[in-house]
Design a protein around this ligand. Structure first.
Ligand SMILES: [Zn+2]
Length: 438
């Protein structure tokens, strides 16, 4: 009896320990800068390589957890902390906007300002093919830009609208780069490649690289692991998960989103409470989509509806075949495999997300591509800047295929293939850990 009581208490204590903030803290990371020469010496001593974010001159920026930080310290390497974790108090103040603009802490990744300038530059270079539209403003008042690419872009034509978005989630920096690379790809090759000309002439493509500009800036300047938008919710809690705030199956259960404002997957008080996606909704009502592709990272996945339930929707076989084709085209480039399937079965349940809302509202494909890396341990959200070109090279053929396919096969129906009233009935209780979701 005594022995079983003892074991019970041991289990209880270890359970409490696992739930403790200590464990959560240990999983958190810093972005630090060290000298390249010192870092090579560190590696030459037989130590495991650390996640490298980017290189600048003689410095290399690394992403390190507490243990790795200790290892650098023991090796006598001077560490310059570029990005503090907010759980450790101090926030970075040395970085100015000018630092970031000149390729500072975000390396060659695009900040909000850099993205805006690139979009404007593309409009200046290709005035006949582009039109820069603002959907409206974020919580902190930043414009959310959509670059429309089409022949006669300044005119509304009766052509399929295809949307490509990035950065619902602030820390997923590489998700900004894929829409930008796609815009450049289309515009730079329009006059040379008949296939691109055909797509651009016959469709209206909307490139929205940053849906969450406030979060992105916060992730660059203050806290690299920030995910949500920057809505202040009171009690020193910020942020709604923009990809849980759409209305379709919103709040279906607490596994696919959270009612807790402090959660990383907080769905907001009501659907479309957040301006960033409310204005997207209104724009899509006025310019209904034939398809939408949303970039996130990490996981190397192509996700198709539904996210809220494992029950397949009516168009599942066709969308599954599209995802399989996209995966093949990606693998043909660098040999990397992207798994595919419904959001609910291939990764984890989500509700109130963009894919379910677009498919559920307009009856057209809305997919999410989770970009590399494959695993958390391999750099998770902190994709090295060397990865941008490699990843876009493999993504562009799949993206071209997606746009052509939806242009030729889908028109918005403006009627939901599912019925919201049915959803209420099979609502299941559930809870999952919402930390570090991609
Ligand atoms: Zn994401």
């Amino acid at each position: 009896m005594k022995k079983s009581l003892f074991i019970f208490f041991c289990l209880l204590l270890s359970g409490l320990y696992l739930l403790s903030p200590e464990i959560a803290r240990r999983r958190r990371s810093w972005v630090v800068s060290v000298s390249r020469a010192e870092y090579f010496r560190f590696l030459s001593e037989g130590r495991a390589p650390l996640d490298r974010l980017y290189r600048r001159g003689d410095e290399v920026a690394l992403v390190v957890n507490r243990l790795q930080m200790n290892a650098l310290d023991q090796a006598g390497i001077a560490v310059d902390i570029l990005c503090w974790d907010e759980y450790y108090g101090s926030r970075e103040t040395r970085l100015t906007a000018a630092d970031v603009h000149s390729g500072g802490i975000n390396g060659i990744y695009h900040s909000y300002q850099e993205t805006q300038e690139l979009l404007q530059e593309l409009c200046t270079r290709y005035p006949e093919l582009t039109s820069l539209v603002t959907l409206g403003q974020s919580v902190e008042g930043r414009e959310i830009w959509a670059l429309k690419i089409s022949d006669q872009a300044d005119r509304e034509e009766n052509e399929p609208n295809v949307y490509v978005t990035g950065c619902h989630h602030a820390r997923e920096w590489i998700s900004v780069e894929m829409p930008l690379e796609f815009a450049r790809h289309l515009l730079d090759r329009y006059h040379e490649q008949a296939r691109i000309r055909q797509l651009v002439d016959q469709a209206q493509l909307y490139i929205i690289p940053i849906l969450n500009p406030d979060g992105l800036e916060f992730s660059i300047h203050t806290y690299r692991m920030w995910r949500k938008n920057r809505r202040y919710l009171g009690d020193l809690v910020w942020g709604v998960d923009l990809n849980r705030n759409y209305s379709y199956a919103w709040g279906y259960d607490d596994a696919g989103s959270s009612p807790d404002p402090a959660s990383e997957a907080y769905r907001g008080p009501v659907p479309f409470s957040e301006p960033e996606i409310l204005i997207l909704r209104d724009y899509l009502y006025q310019h209904p989509p034939s398809g939408m592709l949303n970039f996130h990272n990490y996981s190397q996945l192509i996700l198709i509806p539904w996210g809220f339930t494992a029950e397949p929707p009516a168009d599942y076989p066709e969308m599954f075949a599209m995802a399989a084709e996209m995966s093949d085209r990606i693998r043909a480039v660098n040999g990397r495999h992207y798994e595919f399937g419904s959001g609910a079965t291939a990764i984890y349940p989500t509700n109130g997300d963009s894919d379910d809302w677009v498919y559920g509202t307009f009856g057209v494909p809305s997919f999410t591509i989770e970009l590399p890396p494959l695993e958390f341990e391999n750099g998770h959200f902190f994709t090295s800047e060397d990865e941008i070109q490699k990843t876009s090279a493999e993504i562009l053929p799949a993206l071209m295929y997606f746009c052509e396919y939806v242009k030729d096969h889908f028109s918005p129906a403006l009627q939901a293939p599912g019925d919201r009233r049915d959803l209420e009935r099979d609502r299941k209780p559930g809870k999952i850990n919402h930390d570090f979701l991609p």
